[in-house]
Every structure is written in structure tokens, then in C-alpha cells.
Design a protein around this ligand. Structure first.
Ligand SMILES: Cc1cc2nc3c(=O)[nH]c(=O)nc-3n(C[C@H](O)[C@H](O)[C@H](O)COP(=O)(O)O)c2cc1C
Length: 221
């Protein structure tokens, strides 16, 4: 669906998600992420960029696992420490994965994706048309219920900072793995929150599309 149509439907409160593709499992088990190797950091920084064209092919399970671990995975098991920082270690930003088979929540402790709604919310995750067919949109959501120790006036800013760190981790992973990505804030907040069935404590922060580059010939990344 093109941007103008999305804007018009949004104005009428009619921007809707699509039904999920068949076969969306209630839980997607993820293989253990790699913790060593990969592209050297400086090279990944040198390659980091936003891209807005994506091959529709689904990501391989190992790629999905690495992507989510880079965004919000546990990297210090004893402490439950994460790959991205959060103010007072509140770990308030939840990473949702909008996939053709449904909307999933990443559970860092289990390193698994749990289905939240059997709906394909990708189309509603942004006004730009590429989000409809790209294989995955990550959606960063702040859970204000987890920020009891953070002064109320600072909660939103801290959540945006934490989501920004996650998004940059994803950018660097994508640069290192030859994937395309773009972080996004231009979406219909009301339509997306409704499609995701967010609670009153949950606030949409950012979205980030990921997929193989079209030049890959559509092979799964
Ligand atoms: C908070 C934030 C919101 C953004 N929102 C969008 C967006 O909605 N759509 C989009 O295509 N790009 C979006 N971007 C990506 C920027 O346009 C992009 O980072 C900028 O043009 C610089 O390009 P580069 O990332 O390749 O260096 C956003 C970036 C940030 C940090």
C-alpha cells in the first residue's frame, strides 16, 4: 500500500493490519547467538547506513536470532545484563517482531519469540510502502510499568535513548551481515498501538525494518 493511501486511511482511523499468513507458530525457538567473530567493529561502523529497499525473502532462523540478540539479548547471564544499556537497568524497552505469521515479543531471558497477536502488522508499522513486504519490522515499545525507579518526567526520554542504543546495535549487525535496515519514527501511532493491542503502560518508541538487500537476488539472508 502506498504512502498516500496509508495517510488517507490513517486520517479516517481506518489503517488496518492484514491477517497473519498461515503457519505462524505460537513460539519461535531461536538458536543460540554467536558471541565471537563477525566483522571488526570499525569496519561495521564504516559501513553503517540506512537503506529503504528490501528483498521480501524471510530471514534465516540464525539471522533472526542474531538480530534479536544484538538488539536486546542477554550478554551477562548472571546479572541478566543486556547488549544495550537502559537507565537504572530498567530494561523497559520491549522488542516486538512484526512477521508475516504474526506479531511476536522477544523474550531475552528465554531467547525466544512469543506470538502476541496472530496478525500481520507490518503494513501498519510505518507510512512508507517498503514496510509492507520487508520480512521483518522490529518495533521498540517502552513499558512504563518497568520504570518505577525512574523520575516520571524522564521516563520517555530515557526509553527513547535505550531504544536508540538497540537500533544502533541492529544497524551494526546489519552492516556486518550485509543486511539492509532503517530505523523509523514515522508511523500512525494510534493505528499501530491498536493493531499491536498495546496496554496503557506501553508506548511506541521506534520501528526498524530489516531484510536482505534486493541485490542479493531474494535469497534468504
Ligand atoms: C529518531 C529517528 C527517526 C527516523 N525515522 C525515519 C523514518 O520514519 N523513515 C525513514 O525512512 N528514516 C527514518 N530515519 C532514518 C534517517 O532518515 C537516517 O538515519 C538519516 O537520513 C541519515 O542517514 P544514514 O542513517 O544512512 O546515515 C530516522 C532516524 C532516526 C534517528
Amino acid at each position: 500500500m502506498n504512502t498516500l493511501t496509508k495517510l488517507a486511511l490513517g486520517l479516517m482511523g481506518q489503517l488496518q493490519p492484514r491477517p497473519a499468513a498461515a503457519g505462524g507458530a505460537p513460539e519461535i525457538a531461536l538458536p543460540a547467538p554467536r558471541r565471537t567473530g563477525g566483522m571488526p567493529l570499525f569496519e561495521a561502523l564504516a559501513r553503517r547506513e540506512s537503506q529503504r529497499e528490501f528483498a521480501p525473502a524471510a530471514l534465516r532462523r540464525a539471522t533472526l536470532a542474531q538480530l534479536l540478540w544484538c538488539a536486546a539479548g542477554v550478554n551477562r547471564k548472571a546479572l541478566g545484563g543486556r547488549t544495550a544499556p537502559s537507565a537504572m537497568n530498567a530494561q523497559e524497552v520491549i522488542v516486538y517482531a512484526a512477521l508475516p505469521g504474526g506479531l511476536y515479543r522477544y523474550e531475552p531471558a528465554r531467547h525466544a519469540l512469543l506470538q502476541v497477536v496472530a496478525v500481520d502488522v507490518r503494513r501498519v508499522s510505518g507510512y512508507q510502502d517498503f514496510v509492507d513486504a520487508a520480512p521483518i519490522d522490529l518495533i521498540y515499545v517502552a513499558d512504563h510499568a518497568r520504570m518505577g525507579l525512574v523520575p516520571a518526567a524522564r521516563r520517555e526520554a530515557y526509553a527513547f535513548a535505550a531504544a536508540g542504543a538497540m537500533a544502533q546495535n541492529v544497524y551494526l549487525y546489519c552492516a556486518s551481515a550485509g543486511l539492509a535496515t532503517v530505523v523509523r519514527a514515522w508511523f500512525d501511532h494510534a493505528a499501530l498501538a491498536k493493531a499491536m493491542r498495546l496496554s496503557n503502560d506501553e508506548q511506541l518508541v521506534l520501528a526498524q525494518t530489516v531484510g536482505a538487500l534486493p541485490a542479493s537476488g531474494g535469497r534468504p539472508a
